[in-house]
Each structure stands twice: as C-alpha cells, then as structure tokens.
Design a protein around this ligand. Structure first.
Ligand code: NDP
Length: 449
C-alpha cells in the first residue's frame, strides 16, 4: 500500500489533501485487497489515484469597477466506471488541484454508496465569492461556464454545487450552459424549482446527514430527541442539518463561519434558524450578527491557523462538522471525547484530520464519515436527474421518502461491509469498502481503459 502513497508523493508532492484522502481509503480496503489479489494484478489502485481527466483553464471577468480579473478554473474528472461523472463545484480561494482531487476521490466512493449509476469528479475555481455583487457573481459564472460547457453534459458530466456554489450560482451557470449548448437539459443539478430542480435537493445533504445519525443512534436504542448538538458551518449543509435536528427534537447550540462561531445555550429554534438563512443566503452577512439579534448567545472569534477550535469544547452528545475539510483537529477530537460525545456525524467532506479520525475510531462512539453521512446531497441530485429525464416533478414527500430509504440503505450496507471485513460497527471502513468494491469491480469488467 505504501507504494501507492509513494507514487502520489513522488508525482504530486504538494497535494496533501489528496494524499490524506487516498491514505484513509487505503487503510480501510487493505483486507479487501488481501482477499482479492486480482485487484492488485489489475492495478486498480494505480488507476484509481490517477484522474481520468484534468482540465485547468483561465477565467477572466470584469469586476464592477470595470477592471479585468483573472481566476483559475478546474475540472477533475476522477472516475466514470459506474456512470457519468457527477461533479461537485467549489468556489473558494483555497481551491487548487489537491483540494479538487481529494473532493473528486471522495465523490467517487460516495456516489457509489448511493447505489446510483454516478461516477465522481470535482471542479471549481479559486474565485472568492465573499464581498462580490450579484452582477460580479453572474459575470464570473458566465465566464467560468464558457469553458466548462465543453466538458459537461447529461451523459458525460453532471455538475452540482459545493462550497460557494449555491442556488444563485447554479442559476447563472445553468443560464449560460443553456445559451451555449442551445439545449435545456439536466447537465446541472440544484436547479430552481420552476426550471427543472427537485424539491428537497437544497435540503438533502443536511437532512440525509441527520437521517444517517438517527440510524446510528437507533443501533443503541437512542433517538435525537432532547440531545444537545454542536453544528459547525452556517452554509447549506449546516443550515439543513440544523433544520432537521430541530424537527427531530434535538437542541443545536452552535453554528460558525470562517471568522468565528456562536454558542446559544438556549438552542437555535426555527425562528433563529430563519434569521440565519436570511443572513447567510440573502444578506450574505457574517455569523457574528446572530448575537446582535439574540443577545443570549455568545460570539467567539476563531483563528483557522490555530490547532484547535473552541466550538468543539462545549458539552454535547452529538457533533456535526458541516463546514470544511480538516476542521476537527486531534486536539478538538480530544475535547469532544473528554466531554463524553456519543456521536460524530460528518456533514462536510473529510472534516476530521487523520489524527482526529484515528482517535474517534479507537473510542466506542458512533462515528460516520462524510462519504456515507453526506451522500444525501448527491443522491437527491441523482433523483433530480431522474425527474428531468422523465419530465416530471415529484412531490416533496416522495423525494424525502426516497432520501430516507437511500440513507437507511447506506447505513445498512456500511455496517454489513464493516462486519464482513472484521471491523464490526466501523462505518469508516464500511463506507470505504462498499464504494471501493463497487467501483473496482466495474473497472475490471470494463478492461484497461
Ligand atoms: P457553503 O458554501 O454553503 O457553506 C460553507 C460553510 O463553511 C460556511 O459557513 C463557510 O464560512 C464555512 N467554511 C468554508 N471554508 C471554511 C474554512 N476554511 N474554515 C472555516 N469555515 C469555513 O458550503 P456547503 O454547506 O455546501 O458545504 C459545506 C461542506 O459540506 C463542504 O465540506 C462540502 O464539500 C460538503 N458537502 C456539501 C454538499 C452540498 O450539496 N452542498 C453535499 C455534500 C457535502 P464562510 O462563509 O466564512 O466561508
């Protein structure tokens, strides 16, 4: 196995996030490889770690002052063994090839877990949406799509949002895609409800994450009702994780952004959450404004450069990291464990450092990796594709019901795979093994391509 990591290190020494994502999967799938020597003979690992295609491109655009700005665009098409690429798009200044290879790699296994015929990829730009006007956002999205549209399509690559790409951005991207391709097709998901979108798509990653947590708790005869929960982030996934937790009777006491976090000891109720949604999705403000409206809450500034985040020091039964990669350090993980945390369910992709993950796996807590717990987002994107093909819109209840069934199915599959390969209760191994076997079997069936 170390030979595979050596290949990555030698080829792309700066890609630390990708290295981390691959390392985590390799640790889990070792017993599968030991039992299936033909996987090694077919060089599946060597093939899995090399994206099928990477495109980088220039994105010039005009800001509101008429200046020309230039950003870098990327598309990493990781693996299409089980279906057309389903690509997550991220706009954030930290975006680079390593981040997108990690996201694309995660996406391959996550998409396989949904049981839908979807490959995996990731794309985006180092463009920073913060502080941009709607007009600037539109011009950027249009120029980004001028290149992206050459590579995407309903049977090749279907793109959806991730950090910094929400419904406003999908609208601008879709408008330009439609104009350039002269086609109204479902090559993007997360569309508006009156132009091809699916009900529950916006909510799906967060709701699905909570459904997964509820399934985990049920294995210990527990429910979310009355449990105190820590949620990080305040974007799409954090908002809808919080929404479903409130609905199921849990008490959410934290939310954050990259500048700091709020702690509300009385709990964030529906009204307070509506305020957060308006603040973040419409006014595009900062989470610290929460305490101006709700003085019972406390705002604490955080420093992403520090090795720990005080958000995770609050006493709670459950933690839902829903912001970004590597947001829970080993120190944070110890804080959670010392406070007797019962469940950690990842809404974000790879939010725990390898040291934090290793600690959670050593302890008798319920711990779900993002590729299983947040798969609801891509699953409902898949359902949006089905509805687009049928030219039909399903009712919210129908989509939600299907989402619940999918999350329950992923939960069961993860537990079964973990048990089969000798690590009962280990969702981390179960998720990696299930996704890996499905993709690798398809690759072997299709020959060396
Ligand atoms: P959003 O852009 O809606 O929200 C991201 C949130 O995370 C914001 O609160 C943001 O704060 C915070 N954040 C971003 N970068 C950092 C950072 N470096 N340090 C601290 N906080 C940060 O994104 P989503 O909610 O869509 O995505 C959140 C996570 O969930 C990501 O890991 C994403 O990959 C994953 N995910 C998303 C899915 C989706 O359908 N959208 C599906 C599955 C997973 P700020 O505003 O200050 O930047």
């Amino acid at each position: 196995m170390s030979d595979i990591l050596e290949i990555i290190k030698a080829r792309d020494p700066h890609e630390k996030e990708f290295f981390q994502a691959v390392g985590e999967v390799l640790d889990s799938v070792k017993p599968v490889l030991d039992q299936n020597p033909h996987y090694r003979q077919a060089a599946v690992l060597e093939r899995l770690i090399e994206p099928e295609r990477i495109v980088t491109f220039r994105v010039p655009w005009n800001d509101d002052l008429g200046n020309v700005q230039v950003n870098r665009g990327f598309l990493v098409e990781m693996n299409s063994a089980i279906g057309p690429y389903k690509t997550a798009l991220r706009f954030h200044p930290s975006v680079n090839q390593s981040i997108l290879k990690f996201l694309g790699f995660e996406q391959v296994f996550k998409n396989a877990l949904t049981t839908m015929p979807l490959g995996g990829g990731a794309g985006g730009s180092d463009f920073d949406p913060k502080g941009k006007s709607d007009a600037e956002m539109m011009r950027f999205c249009q120029n980004f799509m001028r290149e992206l549209y050459l590579h995407i399509g309903v049977n090749t690559d279907i793109v959806a949002g991730d950090i910094g790409v929400g419904s406003r951005e999908i609208g601008y991207l879709f408008g330009m895609f439609k104009k350039l391709s002269n086609e109204f097709t479902g090559a993007l998901t997360g569309k508006g409800l009156n132009w091809g979108g699916s009900l529950i798509r916006t909510q799906a990653a967060g709701y699905g994450c909570v459904y997964f947590a509820a399934e985990m708790l049920a294995t210990r005869s527990m429910t979310l009702d009355g449990l105190v929960c820590l949620v990080s982030g305040s974007g799409n996934v954090a908002q809808h994780t919080t929404e479903k937790l409130i609905e199921l009777g849990a008490q959410v006491v934290t939310l954050s952004d990259s500048a700091g976090y709020i702690y509300d000891p009385e709990g964030i109720d529906k009204t307070k959450l509506s305020f957060v949604k308006r603040l973040k999705n419409i006014r595009r403000g900062r989470i610290k404004e929460y305490v101006d409206n709700y003085p019972g809450a406390v705002y604490t500034q955080t420093d992403p450069g520090k090795p720990s985040n005080p958000l995770w020091t609050h006493r709670a039964s459950c933690a839902f990291p829903c912001a970004t990669q590597n947001e829970i350090s080993e120190e944070d993980a110890y804080a959670l464990i010392n406070n007797n945390i019962k469940l950690v369910c990842e809404g974000a992709n790879m939010p725990c450092t390898p040291e934090a993950t290793a600690l959670f796996l050593r302890k008798p807590i319920l711990y779900a990796p993002g590729k299983a717990a947040n798969a609801g987002g891509v699953a409902v994107s898949g359902l949006e594709m089905v509805q687009n093909s049928q030219r039909l819109n399903w009712l919210a209840e129908e989509v939600d019901q299907r989402l619940k069934i999918i999350m329950k199915g992923i939960h069961t599959t993860c537990l079964e795979a973990a048990e089969t390969y000798g690590t009962p209760g280990n969702y981390f191994n179960g998720a990696n093994i299930t996704g890996f076997v499905k993709v690798v079997e398809a690759m072997i069936d299709q020959g060396v391509v």
